[in-house]
Write a protein that binds this ligand. Structure first.
Ligand code: CUO
Length: 716
């Protein structure tokens, strides 16, 4: 076994049954790392001789380890649910990230992570967060893959009773060949008498929630380890990625006859959308709290949570911070603590505001502008027990893995988005010149479904996309608290669409070949009652489907692009078992430039990306739901951000919402361009918006939902 193979197996081993004491698998040995003796104090002996698979080199101390900073990590006890929106929890988690990143080599880090004084002593959620973050951030770990978060913590995705069914499965000792997967009911959290349940397939989708976890993992609120500067346009990405979630969610709501999400900004009003998650941790002992209808936000005072003072704030604080942020938006500038003024201009204003509102370490003045977005998550997740006098756990809004399950997530983020939209309204509308590209005409655009085994018709109708359900297998046995020698599988049902392609006819009337950026968006045409949207409304519903660069030769060109090449999405994640079967044999070059690796071997950063199976909204049953498909051509020469060898960068396949690892965001335009700001007052329709721009073309397409299983991929 090569070092790399061993390390990949060690990573998978470390993420198995994290709530239990660590147990190395046969053939995987961890060695107590020599390096720790340089920077630790040895106390609290743990006898490793009784731990098979945990070896002690001759020169290393044998009596256990005590890294002083681990005391800080342990301020969040094992078993407690973890919130990366909570400052005290973050201190604990980032401290462990730093410990892992400070290990001289990846091998040292993995050995340290396996030590019982680390693995078995720190909070299991923090352990997974910290090891994942360190693996992503360490350049020398770029060849290693993380298993999917829903297999590490199935309790954050699947209802409690799945655990007992799994246990029965194991006790009955069925052979794998005869073992039926556990069926996950896609309506487990509520019945259809709950109106909001119509879109639970979106809120509770495992790919969508995994994406949200990954996004917050790679864009931490504060610096971890040696990171000092934020990733490029991090604050703007915070705005844009969440704005796109809202646009996508609203499209699902409209398709299901529901009104668009309303902003949650009146914090004295009761929240009428209840949510009962029915989730527990691996052994079923700790549950995520439910939130009945009618609760009102209360001041938070939880002294036993996190570092020193725990967490305490008043809803008044949120109101004060909101006022200060709005003041900054309408004055056009924010003031740093040292008095320096930062103008909110059209180039960096959104980014500055994003850091301020979220609020991250890179906020211009966190004391003055506060911690608005993060504390909103905290206030909602403890709304049922705001001082924990009932010792209740938090609700799902506290954890980035689970927050998107709750309807209030979207209302809270609609409020957050409204702050950005107020800023965008202060910017000059795009001029006709900014919206045109000399010499390039997009003559036509259409979509065509690809033929499938289910649908072998050779010439499917154009401008029609079919959606339906797909069943996928998820492995549960690595995330449960009991050991099983045989796979325990669950079958989950999620939305899927048939593959399709864009065909864009474009004429280049210049004399030279041009590199053109194609920007493709999709938005519903009418609301749930069939009333057509004004352009001002529809602009906010535009969903980015793809953005790509093509060389266009003089004369007529036909550009074809497949839906699964989208710059927004990533494929379904690989299971623990897939990763074990496909451990990388050779490391990547330093800096992580892949040479010939297939997509599913790329680094952990690839875990960030909208799930491919949710590229397009569900649509409506026959005859389908009408959408506007929008294609715009802009100049790559003007939009390009010099990124070296663009085509070779890691994980650029979901760059639109996640950026590119260690690189600048690969597009100079504001995220969401050209829909990121309101048009001129005189422009009331999309047709008017594009009338002077031959480089833009729209067409009407339909998305038709068929309430049946479609087989886009072979069944696993
Ligand atoms: Cu992603 Cu509020 O930021 O959940």
């Amino acid at each position: 076994m090569s070092d790399l193979e061993l390390q990949q197996r060690q990573v998978l081993n470390l993420f198995e049954r994290v709530s239990q004491p660590f147990s190395p698998k046969p053939n995987i040995t961890f060695e107590f790392p020599n390096f720790v003796s340089d920077w630790i104090f040895l106390q609290s002996p743990t006898d490793l001789s009784s731990k098979p698979g945990l070896a002690t080199p001759a020169s290393a101390p044998t009596d256990g380890l005590n890294i002083p900073e681990l005391d800080l990590v342990k301020t969040i006890p094992r078993g407690r649910l973890f919130s990366n929106f909570h400052p005290g929890h973050r201190v604990a988690a980032y401290t462990l990230v730093k410990i892992f990143k400070d290990a001289p080599t990846v091998a040292d880090m993995l050995n340290l992570a396996a030590h019982p004084d680390v693995h078995d002593a720190v909070n299991e959620h923090i352990f997974v967060y910290a090891l994942s973050a360190a693996l992503i951030q360490r350049k020398d770990a770029r060849s290693l893959r993380l298993p999917p978060i829903y297999e590490i913590f199935p309790g954050k995705f699947f209802e409690t009773k799945v655990r007992s069914e799994a246990q029965i499965n194991v006790q009955q000792k069925k052979e794998p060949a005869t073992q039926e997967p556990i069926i996950i009911d896609k309506n487990f959290a509520a019945t259809n008498r709950v109106v909001e349940n119509k879109v639970s397939y979106f809120r509770e989708d495992l790919g969508i929630n995994s994406h949200h976890w990954h996004w917050h993992l790679i864009f931490p609120v504060e610096a971890t380890g040696e990171i000092i500067n934020p990733p490029d346009r991090r604050g703007e990405l915070f705005y844009y990625m969440h704005q796109q979630i809202l646009a996508r969610y609203d499209a699902e709501r409209i398709a299901n006859g529901l009104a668009r999400v309303t902003s949650y900004h009146d914090w004295d009003e009761p929240i009428m959308e209840a949510y009962f998650p029915k989730l527990t941790n691996a052994n079923g002992a700790i549950h995520w709290a439910s939130r009945p209808a009618g609760l009102v936000l209360k001041d938070i005072n939880i002294p036993d949570e996190g570092v020193e003072l725990g967490i305490e704030f008043q809803i008044n604080n949120l109101e004060l911070w909101r006022t200060r942020i709005l003041h900054a938006i309408h004055k056009g500038s924010v003031a740093k603590a040292n008095g320096e003024i930062i103008y909110l201009d059209e180039t960096t204003g959104t980014n500055t505001l994003g850091e301020l509102i979220e609020a991250s370490q890179w906020s211009a003045d966190k004391l003055f502008y506060g911690d608005l977005h993060n504390f909103g998550h905290i206030a909602v997740c403890y709304i049922h027990d705001p001082d924990r006098s009932h010792s209740e756990n938090m609700g799902v809004m506290g954890d980035s893995v689970t927050a998107m399950r709750d309807p209030i997530f979207y209302r809270w983020h609609k409020f957050i988005d409204s702050l950005f939209q107020q800023f965008k309204a202060t910017l000059n509308p795009y001029t006709a010149q900014q919206l045109t590209l000399e010499g390039i005409t997009v003559n036509n655009v259409e979509v065509r479904r690809n033929a499938t085994s289910d649908n072998p018709r050779s010439n499917p109708p154009k401008n029609l996309i079919i959606t339906g359900w797909q069943e996928s297998i998820v492995e549960l046995d690595r995330g449960l608290d009991f050991s099983s020698l045989r796979p325990v599988q669950a079958r989950v049902t999620h939305l899927q669409h048939e593959d399709f392609s864009y065909r864009i006819q474009v004429t280049n009337s210049t004399k030279t070949t041009q590199e053109i950026v194609f920007r493709i968006f999709l938005a519903p045409i009418a609301d749930e009652a069939g009333r057509p949207f004004s352009f001002r409304e529809q602009r906010l519903l535009m969903i980015e489907l793809d953005k790509f660069v093509v060389r266009v030769t003089p004369g007529a060109n036909m550009v074809k692009r497949k839906s699964d090449d989208s710059s927004v999405t990533i494929p379904f994640e690989r299971t623990f078992r897939d990763l074990e079967a496909a451990v990388p044999a050779t490391p990547l070059a330093p800096g992580g430039v892949p040479t010939d690796l297939p997509t599913d071997r790329m680094t952990n950063f690839c875990g960030c990306g909208w799930p491919d199976h949710f590229l397009v909204p569900r649509g409506a049953p026959n005859p389908g739901m009408p959408f506007t498909l929008f294609v715009m051509a802009t100049s790559w020469k003007e939009d390009r951000v010099v990124n070296g060898e663009d085509s070779k960068k890691l994980c650029r396949n979901a760059a639109s919402y996640c950026g590119i690892l260690d690189e600048k965001y690969p597009d100079k335009r504001p995220m969401g361009f050209p829909f990121d700001r309101p048009p001129d007052k005189m422009i009331t329709t999309l047709a008017k918006f594009i009338e002077k721009s031959p480089n833009i073309k729209t067409t009407e397409i339909r998305i038709q939902f068929e309430d049946r299983i479609i087989r886009r991929f072979p069944q696993q």
